[in-house]
Every structure is written in structure tokens, then in C-alpha cells.
Design a protein around this ligand. Structure first.
Ligand SMILES: [Zn+2]
Length: 304
């Protein structure tokens, strides 16, 4: 837990940039979570995290935020700290709040992701995904040109860059194309939305049972710092909170299914328990959809 204590201590370096949140209550900020490793959080209409690692040879960027304008702010944060080139950009999954700034990093090294991220962002699927974001009134959304990754992999790849070893691994859970990144030298996991902190996750593309298995995969890494897709970074409690949410959802849904309850009865039974249990989390309005997702998945499993 040394890393967590460190994070909670006075060692955090936080810099603030312009504050003009139309949709977001909190301001854009860059946090140095570990030496040479920075995470940009919050901003106009977005709370997805973007992380960048400055190595002696160049910069690696993980996720590109929700609009080109927000991605340009990330680029400015990088340029405040180094003139070295951007060597790689990685997308942890296809969702627009992690990929719609890709165009800003296109042309400065490959954009890497799981192969299904390219499928989901290519052609009509990508256009449909952009349209769904345009309906959310996010400032600067109209500037987005969907830019799929141009280097993809299936299961695993490694990047050796500037003294660091980045291990990219695919699991399914939050989407069908999730990738997490383990940085050996920093004992750090960058999880994408497989882990979100104090935030009810979006489960519209989720595979609940595989997501729970993914939590076990993440637990097996020798990590002290977990950088989630949304919310603050921290030690193992960040991972444990996410796992707890998923296990509780599964347990309660299975219990309702076992008693022959309908979807509505299941939602009515679980919603108040979760509203209380997770009352400090954001996005509580997602609970009904998440219960539905788990209900459908486990009722199909029971039927097979
Ligand atoms: Zn997501």
C-alpha cells in the first residue's frame, strides 16, 4: 500500500488550467501520479482520464478524451513538460470519451488498440457512435472526426520505450475490446473503464461475468497504483471498490432470478440498496440499466 499512502500524502503535484465547465462541475487538472506519469482529469463535458508517460525517448499517451479541443489541452500539458515527440497513443476501448480526441495525435506515431476498437469506430458504427455523443451537448463535439486506431492487436503486446516496459493486455468486460496497461517499472496499472472510481460504470456494452474475471486478472499484477478510466487514481482500494460493485450486482441479480422475479421487480429490489450503498458515487441514474444488463446476461446463462 506504499503507493496509496504516497498518493494520499503531500507529494501530489497538481496544476490547474482554465476553468470553464459548462457540463462538468469539476475543473480540468493534471495530476502527477508518479514520476513522469501524469493523468489529466475533468474538463468541458468530460470526466474521462487521459494519462501520459514521459520517457527519455518520447511520450506515450493513453486515451484522448472526448473532443479534439480537450485533446489539444492534453497536448498543451505535455508540451509544458517536454518537447520530445509523441511516440505512441493507446486507446483503452472504443467509447468516444476515450477516443474522440484521436485526430490530434494522428500522425505522431501509431494509435494502438484492440482490434474491435477499430471495428467499432470504423465507418457507420463510428458515425453512429459520434451521433450518440452529439446529442449530449458537449462543447466542441462538432469538431470531432472519428479516427480509428491504425495499429491493432488481439490478445497482448508489449512496448519497450525509453527505459519502460509497457504491457498491453486485452480482456472483455466493460466492452468487447478493453485493454489495460501495466507499467512494470512504476508498478502501475492503467485500467481504462474496467475500473472507474466512485462512479457507477456504464454497462451498456458490458459482459458482466467476464468483467468480474477481469478484476481477478488485474488483482494478479504486482501494482501499487491504479489509474481508472474515470475518477481519482489510488492504491488497491480503487480496484476493490469496483470489484465489490460488480460482485454485489451479480449476487443480488442472481438472488432475484432464483426467486423467479421479473426485471422490474429486480430493479425495484436492488435500486434502493445500491442508492444507499453507493450514495457517494456519480451516475446513479445508470443503476436501472446496469441491473437490466446483469439480469439479461444471467437469465440467458441460467436458460442455457
Ligand atoms: Zn467507457
Amino acid at each position: 500500500m506504499a503507493g496509496f499512502k504516497w498518493l494520499a500524502g503531500a507529494g501530489l503535484f497538481i496544476s490547474f488550467l482554465a476553468v470553464s465547465g459548462l457540463c462538468s462541475a469539476e475543473s480540468f487538472k493534471t495530476v502527477e501520479v508518479w514520476k513522469n506519469l501524469f493523468t489529466v482529469t475533468n474538463g468541458d463535458g468530460v470526466d474521462s482520464n487521459t494519462t501520459f508517460l514521459i520517457t527519455r525517448d518520447g511520450v506515450v499517451v493513453v486515451d484522448t478524451r472526448v473532443t479534439p479541443n480537450e485533446a489539444k489541452k492534453v497536448l498543451a500539458e505535455i508540451r509544458k513538460r517536454t518537447d520530445l515527440p509523441i511516440l505512441y497513443t493507446i486507446n483503452t476501448h472504443y467509447h468516444g470519451d476515450h477516443t474522440f480526441g484521436n485526430q490530434v495525435f494522428e500522425g505522431s506515431g501509431p494509435i494502438i488498440a484492440h482490434e474491435s476498437v477499430r471495428k467499432n469506430l470504423f465507418g457507420d458504427l463510428g458515425k453512429g457512435h459520434l451521433e450518440s455523443f452529439k446529442s449530449r451537448n458537449i462543447p466542441g463535439m462538432d469538431e470531432t472526426v472519428v479516427t480509428p486506431p491504425n495499429m491493432v492487436f488481439k490478445d497482448e503486446m508489449e512496448i519497450f520505450v525509453g527505459g519502460y516496459n509497457l504491457r498491453l493486455m486485452h480482456v472483455r468486460g466493460h466492452t468487447d475490446g478493453d485493454v489495460f496497461i501495466y507499467i512494470d517499472q512504476l508498478k502501475t496499472l492503467i485500467t481504462g473503464d474496467l475500473v472507474v472510481y466512485r462512479n457507477v460504470p456504464s454497462m451498456r456494452d458490458a459482459y458482466v461475468e467476464e468483467w468480474i474475471s477481469a478484476m481477478d486478472v488485474l488483482s494478479d499484477f504486482d501494482a501499487e497504483i491504479y489509474i481508472p478510466g474515470h475518477g481519482e487514481s489510488g492504491g488497491k482500494p480503487v480496484l476493490i471498490a469496483m470489484k465489490h460493485y460488480l460482485l454485489k450486482l451479480k449476487e443480488m441479480v442472481l438472488n432475484q432470478l432464483g426467486n423467479g422475479k421479473s426485471l422490474k421487480e429486480t430493479q425495484d429490489a436492488i435500486r434502493p440498496v445500491f442508492m444507499e450503498k453507493f450514495k457517494n458515487w456519480k451516475n446513479l441514474d445508470r443503476l436501472d440499466a446496469n441491473i437490466q444488463r446483469a439480469y439479461l446476461e444471467y437469465s440467458l446463462k441460467q436458460g442455457s
